[in-house]
Design a binder for this molecule. Structure first.
Ligand SMILES: Nc1nc2c(ncn2[C@@H]2O[C@H](COP(=O)(O)OP(=O)(O)OP(=O)(O)O)[C@@H](O)[C@H]2O)c(=O)[nH]1
Length: 346
């Protein structure tokens, strides 16, 4: 889960805090009322549940098992509602609580589980309500009106909650994708590279597989801007981004690292294999000029490589190593790929 997503789920904790406070308050109030009405079992359950909520309030903001606790909390919460509604002595206004089921479930556990809980407990609530308040001695049209009110209001609440949560999830996914995308080239940005590295390096460690980082820097790119203008420079960057995208594997992670710098994480590839691949890529770029309306612009790149484990365990260490080799490639005349430190003579 990304850091952003974890941050987004903070709203669920806030909702849960409000719900727990209401439950503590409601549990105590209703347990007193129901105690005086002689509903001992319901009163005891409500009091117990209020105290349980009070305990949970202390941990809910910080627990790492938040979703587990939400499930432990809401399932009995809904069962108590349905049980309360089914008791012959309880008031029919308990049904308004049933209408909160879809809102609470969709907000706290998301669309799939929200749909599951809502369907089960709303159906149980409607059955309880019918069992209590629909009678064959009543006028048929009155029964139909009661049924229609109860079923339609419950379905409406569920539909609203479903549409709301679906839209929220889609917006969240869109925002996350935008936050991780470079607007000029459409490639992943540095933040996404960071996240991707965490996942790919964990997989590399688990499967004892190699992972290689490549840093590319376009050669004398300033000249393109100076001679052809900044917008042609932008087009040239898009051209290179497309070239890199179509000439690398879908499983590798390609990112725009900075101005005219790109980064590539080569999955299951060691330094030697990576060198061979990037050397071939460098040669191919030389024969793939960028065509403008007026001329063809030949772009070349320099690259530095580093490998997970041997050159470091963190992305920063790998970047530092690859950057050093890239610098050497530039110093040494550009348009070349370097995978070893210049002083190792390998
Ligand atoms: N058009 C365009 N230019 C950019 C962008 N980002 C960075 N640049 C340009 O890229 C150029 C990089 O120049 P330098 O760092 O001097 O490097 P260089 O000219 O590529 O030379 P070497 O790296 O030494 O081969 C600068 O002119 C930046 O303005 C961008 O998004 N669009």
């Amino acid at each position: 889960m990304t850091e952003q997503l974890v941050q987004n789920y903070k709203y669920r904790r806030d909702i849960m805090v409000v719900l727990l406070m209401v439950t503590v308050f409601g549990g105590i109030i209703f347990s007193v009322i129901n105690f005086y009405r002689g509903l001992w079992l319901l009163a005891s359950i409500e009091l117990g549940y209020g105290l349980f909520s009070l305990g949970l309030l202390k941990y809910i903001k910080t627990t790492v098992h938040f979703q587990r606790w939400v499930n432990i909390y809401i399932v009995p919460f809904f069962i108590i509602m349905v049980y309360g509604l089914s008791l012959p002595q309880s008031s029919e206004s308990i049904f308004v609580w049933i209408l909160t089921i879809p809102v609470i479930s969709y907000l706290l556990v998301g669309r799939k589980l929200g749909f599951f809980y809502s369907t089960i407990f709303i159906v149980c609530g409607i059955i309880s309500y019918h069992w209590r308040f629909i009678s064959l001695e009543q006028q048929f049209s009155l029964n139909v009106a009661i049924s229609a009110n109860v079923i339609l209001s419950a379905l409406l609440m569920m539909a609203f909650a479903h549409v709301y949560e679906k839209t929220r999830e889609q917006n969240e996914a869109r925002l996350l994708s935008l936050a991780g995308t470079d607007p000029l080239t459409g490639l992943a940005n540095r933040m996404k590279l960071n996240e991707g590295f965490q996942q790919l390096s964990a997989l590399a460690t688990r499967h004892n597989a190699p992972l290689t980082l490549v840093l590319f820097d376009l050669d004398l790119f300033k000249t393109i801007n100076d001679v052809h203008g900044h917008s042609v420079g932008d087009e040239a960057l898009r051209h290179v981004a497309n070239f890199l995208k179509t000439n690398t594997r879908k499983t590798d992670l390609l990112a725009r690292f900075g101005g005219e710098e790109f980064a590539l994480l080569l999955v299951a590839t060691n330094l030697e294999e990576g060198y061979a691949q990037i050397e071939a890529l460098r040669k191919r770029l030389m024969t793939t000029p960028f065509s403008t309306a007026k001329c063809n612009i030949h772009i070349t790149l320099s690259a530095g490589l580093s490998t997970y484990g041997r050159d470091g365990k963190s992305l920063n260490q790998l970047i530092a190593k690859a950057d050093k080799r890239l610098y050497f490639a530039k110093e040494n005349g550009r348009n070349q790929v370097i995978a070893r430190d210049p002083d190792t003579h390998q």
